[in-house]
Design a protein around this ligand. Sequence first.
Ligand code: C5P
Length: 319
Amino acid sequence: MHIRSSGATVEVLSPAKVNLWLAVRGKRNDGYHELETLLLAIGLYDTLRFSARPTGPITLTCRRVWGDAAQDAAGQPGEGDHTTVSPRCELLPEGEENLVYRAAQLLRERAGSQQGAAIELVKRIPMAAGLGGGSSDAAATLLAANRAWGLGWSRQRLAELGAELGSDVPFFLTGGAALCRGRGEQIEPQHLPSLPLVVVRPPSGLRTPDVYARCRPDGTPFPIPSWLETARRGDWGALRDCLRNDLRPAAEGLTDGVRRVLQTLERQDLWGQQMSGSGSSCFGVCRSLRQARRVAARLRAAGLGRVFVTTGPQPAASW
Ligand code: C5P
């Protein structure tokens, strides 16, 4: 998360994430699933501009950056949103259905504030992708509103509010890399070396609740401490074994894009590959950025979806 302020306007670059591993421990009484997952913030960003108003409504306008413009902007915070921007996009809800709008409303209500805001969101992170775009934008909204409205809430208090909006929102308030437990909202930050990544969003996306509804955890042992040690050491040769995602069979049952991308990645001599979150995006952990670019060109030529070259973890949020 990169934040800068200018007068009453706060601009935040909100990153995507990948789940290096995701273990589902079982279904809970509240309908959620108990998780142990390692999240990495990656260098693919949406941009949120939050302009505070002394009073009045909260309004949201969304734009979407397509194709090469999104890739060009992926690793360059602050650039890219002046390139190919689509006209106002009907696919992006701008009211209650958008988590950004809900985040701003919820914070204003809980803080007992009368202030208003004009929010602009520039989307580069693919949706229905398992990359956490909506949750990251919601976290960015909480940070921006907290600053622009001068509320002075602590990170902890914002994280508690964020957990009401979505399981991944607290992670994005911290960023970097973190082991997340519970339904994903209990965060344990980790220091990990940077990895070159290729990320692919197949043509069809997946709805998170649909994937969880089909998930049947099999309870296979999952040695988190030893795999954390592997990741901390940067022992990428052993990484393949810990790239696990218990939601993958459910996602593969809903779209064949996941299997097609993973089969292609398996043939590229990478350190490893896996699906991210509830899909449908998949990522490959590459041996170098050069290899990542080469693999990306192959995936694009094969028409397997939207392809990004990036790195993760990105530095933890500073605010
Ligand atoms: O928390 P979030 O709103 O992102 O979750 C979306 C949906 O994903 C939930 O309504 C639930 O169906 C599913 N989910 C789950 N267990 C989790 C996280 C999400 O079952 N730990």
